[in-house]
Design a protein around this ligand. Structure first.
Ligand SMILES: [Zn+2]
Length: 401
């Protein structure tokens, strides 16, 4: 099997935790050697993202709030915090939290922390972990934390955020933005046991399945690079399509950020959502009005009442009968649905049977416009030029200053 370079590097690292001796003979019935990736223990538990052989790891919470997970692998081994082999199994292995202990494969009760590796790969909840897995039992809850090499994490996140047909330089710009975010997040972990969560609260990490070579190449090509502003990590936010002009951070979040200022962008015109239209039915309008605290009658009105300097709606008024409520346009958009009212760069027109929304772009509009980045790359711009345009005044450097 030919492995993409990054993943291969991850395996070598696992296998090579630097020449530690193999602790046990192959289990009965297991295929004979070679079994790459599992001949050595994955290393003792580390308290924070660490540098092991020059590779930085990100601890990603895959699942919490549950008492059980199922691991899958041809061979699965688990080590305790002291680095000693605790258990070994093949195929499907159910694990459950019992108070502060972990029940392995329906029988053995182990301690509260396990480091797990699998060969040729480890899956949890049907996702390929892409590194090793740490399991922690906490008051009957089982936390599954993937400990993923930084660059594999970056590639996996970019693969969920951008299509593989994007130009390599645009994917590289995305990789730097994603890396900058997670390096900043890992400096202030969400929990002593993990740095980030694998969902939208941070960046979506769905494991390593379907992470095409172009994404691994984008992270590899920009290995270790982050965006800095005056030495500190920048907030590298991004969105799908700005529709012609990005937005000021101050207009969206109420706080001006010098490098998140509105920029004209004429490179996202080929985005499928450069222009969009949404027909909101009367029933839908009534549902939204009700959700926002306005009892809807026959005379329900929805109108934009304020705009930001870039022309995006900032205030929306909903009125019916004697009740009128003016609210943040972002609140209205959330209630209406982000995939319907795709951006606040929009007009609302009452029509027979409801309202017609016409707009430009998709997303909050702040920071990097992804389709704009792709347009720039197709015109010949490199990822550094792309990042300099959308995060003006920043510089790019290695993750450790
Ligand atoms: Zn744009």
């Amino acid at each position: 099997m030919k492995l993409p370079p990054l993943f291969a590097a991850g395996i070598l690292l696992l296998a090579g935790c630097a020449g530690a001796p193999s602790r046990e003979p192959p289990s009965p019935g297991a295929p004979p050697a070679p079994r790459p990736g599992i001949t050595a223990r994955p290393g003792a538990v580390v308290a924070s993202p660490s540098d092991v052989s020059g590779t930085r790891f990100i601890r990603v919470l895959l699942s919490g709030g549950t008492s059980a997970v199922v691991l899958e692998g041809e061979t699965i081994r688990a080590w305790g915090p002291d680095g000693r082999l605790s258990a070994e199994a093949a195929g499907r292995v159910p694990l459950a939290a019992v108070g502060e202990r972990i029940r392995w494969n329906g029988s053995t009760l182990l301690g509260d922390t396990l480091d797990v590796a699998g060969a040729p790969e480890l899956r949890v909840g049907n996702r390929k972990v892409g590194g090793r897995l740490r399991l922690l039992a906490r008051k009957g809850e089982l936390l599954a934390v993937a400990v993923v090499p930084l660059e594999a994490y970056v590639a996996a996140v970019v693969s969920r955020e951008a299509p593989p047909r994007f130009h390599p330089e645009a994917l590289s710009a995305m990789a730097v933005a994603v890396r900058t975010y997670v390096v900043g997040a890992a400096a202030k972990p969400r929990d002593p046991a993990y740095d980030v969560v694998g969902g939208v609260e941070d960046q979506v990490f769905d494991g390593m399945d379907g992470v095409a070579a172009v994404f691994l190449e984008a992270s590899d090509r920009t290995r270790g690079l982050v965006v800095r502003y005056r030495g500190g990590l920048a907030r590298t936010v991004y969105h799908s399509t700005c529709g012609g002009r990005t937005e000021d951070a101050g207009s969206v979040w109420g706080k001006d950020i010098p490098y998140l200022r509105a920029q004209y962008c004429d490179d996202c015109a080929d985005s499928p959502v450069y222009r969009w239209e949404y027909r909101m039915s009367e029933a839908e309008g009534r549902r939204v009005a009700k959700a926002l605290g306005v009892p809807p009658g026959k005379d329900l009105r929805i109108a934009v009442t304020g705009r930001t300097p870039t022309g995006r709606a900032s205030r929306v008024r909903i009125s019916s009968g004697g009740v009128s409520r003016e609210l943040q346009a972002a609140e209205f958009r959330r209630a209406a649905g982000y995939a319907k009212v795709r951006s606040l760069k929009m007009e609302i027109v009452p029509v027979a049977g409801g309202w017609r929304f016409t707009g430009e772009g998709w997303g909050h509009g702040v920071g990097m416009c992804q389709f704009g980045a792709n347009g720039m790359a197709r015109r010949g711009a490199g990822f550094r030029e792309i990042l300099a345009r959308y995060y003006p005044g920043t510089e790019i450097s290695g993750e450790s200053p």
